[in-house]
Design a protein around this ligand. Structure first.
Ligand SMILES: [Zn+2]
Ligand SMILES: [Zn+2]
Length: 269
């Protein structure tokens, strides 16, 4: 299993960066986990968007799904996606239509957004759109997919992908919680948010500090802990020290363009 970081920014992009997006690959199958603003162009730098088999959205915040809009335009209007020859491309009877898995309420939200400029079916017609719930277990190509609802400002799911004995857990966005610790037990890689330099001063909590991210990784027994969803306006060396101190071992900071390879247990190393 291979995980490429397309975007690790929080709800506003780093300079030249992108919001949440991770391309997870195994046996030629490509799964795009979250598709926040800026992710589509990062995806195009490393693979052809028509070759993505499925897109999975953890929750319905802009920084996790907004680039579904340009992605839908590409699938709808790119010359090679047309049924008749156009602009030097032969026509196709089978345009790419990746699967798109979203939390409950996703289809209605997308229709509401794109209806503002009169294209209500844009996302529905570009993707094979389906809703999932926290209790669902999906088999997507070589991946077994499980979900865990985590506390955030809206319905949000941590996502776990298992394949060939390797386990990758993505914590999505969350406040401190025991559910993620249980769900992420024995992950080979836990990709966890570390958005805040300090806990929210007031109101409902919705994110983690680097220290809290480290504590979650320690309690989950994660083999590798990677901090993500942090701004380039936060000192990464400080964040890494804070998290490592709580984790009790080295911690990595997600960097856009970085690729994490998970060892397949069934393959000799
Ligand atoms: Zn969020
Ligand atoms: Zn977010």
């Amino acid at each position: 299993m291979q995980v490429s970081v397309l975007g690790k920014s929080p709800s506003w992009q780093d300079a030249a960066g992108a919001c949440s997006g991770y391309l997870v690959e195994q046996d030629g199958y490509r799964l795009l986990l979250d598709c926040g603003n800026g992710v589509f162009s990062k995806l195009r730098e490393i693979c052809d968007y028509v070759d993505v088999d499925a897109v999975l959205i953890s929750h319905l915040h802009a920084d996790h799904f907004l680039d579904l809009v340009p992605y839908s335009y590409a699938l709808s209007y790119a010359p090679r996606q047309q049924p008749v020859p156009v602009a030097g491309w032969p026509g196709t009877d089978s345009p790419a239509r990746p699967d798109l898995y979203v939390p409950h309420g996703g289809p209605q939200m997308f229709r509401r957004i794109v209806s503002c400029w009169g294209q209500g079916d844009l996302v529905d017609s570009a993707f094979a759109l389906q809703e999932y719930g926290a209790q669902d277990e999906l088999t997507l190509g070589p991946f077994e997919v499980r979900f865990c609802e985590v506390p955030h400002y809206t319905l949000t799911h941590a996502v776990q992908l298992s394949s060939h004995g390797s386990r990758f857990t993505y914590g999505a966005d969350c406040s401190p919680n025991a559910e993620l610790v249980r769900f992420a037990q024995d992950s080979d890689v836990l990709m966890i948010e570390a958005t805040l330099p300090r806990p929210e001063r007031n109101g409902v909590r919705g994110h983690l500090t680097p220290r809290e991210a480290g504590e979650h990784g320690r309690d989950a027994g994660a083999r590798r802990l990677v901090l993500t969803h942090y701004s380039d306006e936060m000192d990464p060396a400080w964040a890494q020290r804070e998290a490592a101190d709580a984790f009790g071992g080295p911690v990595e900071m997600a960097v856009e363009g970085e690729v994490y390879a998970l060892q397949n247990a069934q393959q000799p190393s």
